[in-house]
Ligand binder design. Structure first.
Ligand code: HEM
Ligand code: 2DC
Length: 469
């Protein structure tokens, strides 16, 4: 018979003391490394209490499988307190990110059809492809300007602009023009607001929403201002489309975009549509751009892999004869390279679920309603689950005997990432165009670490060189 919950290893008896130690260790930016340490110290399962929040942490793919298989039809993850607090403070509606129960599920089922389903994702290829091609044009201009056949830069903001342009072209069926030299200052403000919103979230992660508005700290005020900018700008974009629809100005494009489809269908209340489109617009900036930056960095450090991908892409291009949908079926290694990037550099340090019933993990009873976190960052770097984890080796995904519950970068099940298909296509098309046109290089021996800023990001600027092929 399994062991009782109270016998779980870990330092869960002293919540506030832990939070203090955590803060002392610079924990707010180091959550991912602290977790690796704790798994080394306590083994594959440990219990923890930070402030008022208790959790059980696991690292084993088999345990992740046990957790997700029991999650039921209304899975719940950790609700990021400052995000909830902002919406309650300003009286803004929740989208699927923060909804629960039936309200979450009914929204999510409608959105799945428009954002995630196989029937619709082919429609995203032309708009995303167009933005990918424009990014290449922009790089070419920069290379020309340099007069040296190459362009060296920190691409962070360029990639933010690319990512926002991409997700908006799919959401609104319209270009914002963010890959031109002079861009709408409002759009840049939106981009900066999303980054600041993430940045100000992490220090408030373990403070309950009810306390947050009352303390009125600088962090909280910056956080509120960031969300204000995000909601205001998203609302402006949404109004534009709404007006056009009402004036019956049909766009000339075949695919009108996710927002128009949702409005025309009329299956969700307008406030829910707005809340969800806002979340997708904000969720589509830092996530894909950071992943692409890491991907290019890893490819620059492993030129052999970069050449293999280029060869695969050239072959797929030949075979597809200009048919992009067909081409996307011939790039197995590139898809594996994106998985491999998310293994080493996941956006989310953990996946979390509240248990709905008692389950057994590592031979311990875990009661219902417990917050269980899967440490996907720690899992991706553990030699028990990935041989030579430090190597960037996309082919491992094609030859591993079992990938069972190991590729979890977008989460799992009915609550997995809503933007997954958009993100995957956007990143595949971007990398196709970049590798067809440029050699990606970086200075040797520069070590880039990881920083927790709610999402995981590089701890210093990554400098990349793009050389015309
Ligand atoms: C949720 C990762 C891009 C919108 C999530 C979750 C993860 C994740 C791990 C939690 C899933 C779970 O609990 O099982 C990523 C990664 C991305 C990415 C790695 C890109 C590399 C995007 C994009 C959008 C988006 C482009 C918007 C179009 C969302 C939303 C949720 C979510 C709305 C909440 C879904 C719900 O609770 O029902 N994402 N994401 N994400 N993501 Fe993403
Ligand atoms: C952060 O301990 C660390 O995709 C916490 O696009 C647990 C936690 C809970 C939810 C996670 C969050 C972490 C990281 C960022 C995630 C978020 C769920 C969705 C969000 C993973 C791991 C993200 C980035 C969304 C954000 C959409 C938003 C801007 C509207």
């Amino acid at each position: 018979v399994a062991r009782p919950f109270s016998e779980l290893p870990g330092t869960w008896r002293t919540g506030w003391l832990n939070l203090f130690h955590f803060w002392q260790e610079g924990g707010f930016h180091n959550v991912h490394n602290i977790m690796i340490h704790k798994f080394q110290k306590f083994g594959p399962i440990y219990r923890e209490k930070l402030g008022l929040y208790q959790s059980v942490n696991i690292i084993n793919p088999e345990d992740a499988a046990t957790l997700f298989k029991s999650e039921g039809n209304y899975p719940e993850r950790f609700m990021v307190p400052p995000w909830v607090a902002y919406r309650d403070f300003r009286n803004k509606p929740y989208g699927v990110l923060l909804k629960k129960g039936e309200a979450w599920r009914s929204n999510r089922l409608v959105l799945n059809k428009e954002v995630l389903s196989l029937q619709v994702i082919d429609c995203f290829v032309p708009p995303l492809n167009e933005v990918g091609e424009d990014f290449v044009k922009r790089v070419r201009v920069q290379i020309e300007k340099s007069g040296r056949g190459r362009w060296t830069a920190d691409l962070t903001n360029e990639l933010f602009r690319f990512a926002l342009e991409s997700v908006c072209n799919v959401l609104y069926g319209a270009r914002l023009g963010l890959l031109q030299d002079f861009i709408d200052p409002e759009a840049q403000k939106f981009i900066d607001a999303v980054t600041l919103m993430f940045h100000t979230t992490s220090p408030m992660l373990y403070i309950p929403p009810s306390l947050l508005c009352r303390i009125n700290s600088k962090t909280w005020r910056d956080h509120v201002q960031s969300w204000d900018v995000i909601f205001r700008h998203a609302d402006k974009c949404i109004q534009n489309i709404y007006r056009e629809l009402r004036l019956d100005r049909k766009s000339t494009k075949e695919y009108p975009g996710i927002l128009s489809s949702l409005l025309v269908q009329d299956k969700l209340p307008i406030d829910d549509i707005k809340a969800n489109v806002t979340e997708m617009m904000a969720g589509g900036v830092d996530t894909t751009s950071m992943t692409l930056q890491w991907a290019m960095f890893e490819l620059a450090r492993t030129p052999v892999v970069q050449e293999q991908l280029r060869a695969e892409i050239f072959a797929a291009r030949q075979a597809a004869q200009g048919d992009m949908l067909k081409m996307l079926k011939g790039i197995r290694l590139l898809k594996a390279a994106i998985k491999e990037t998310l293994r080493l550099h996941p956006v989310a340090v953990t996946l979390q679920r509240y248990t709905t019933q008692e389950i057994i993990l590592q031979d311990y009873f875990i009661p219902a309603k417990t917050l269980v976190q899967v440490g996907i960052y720690a899992m991706g770097r553990d030699p028990k689950f990935f041989t030579k984890p430090e190597l960037f080796d996309p082919a491992r995904w094609l030859k591993m005997d079992s990938t069972y519950f190991k590729g979890l970068g977008f989460g799992f099940g009915p609550r997995q990432c809503l933007g997954r298909r958009i993100a995957e296509l956007e990143m595949q098309l971007f990398l196709i165009h970049m590798l067809e046109n440029f050699k990606i290089e970086t200075k040797r021996g520069v070590d880039i670490g990881t920083k927790f800023d709610l999402i995981l990001i590089p701890d210093k600027p990554i400098c990349l060189t793009l050389r015309a092929l």
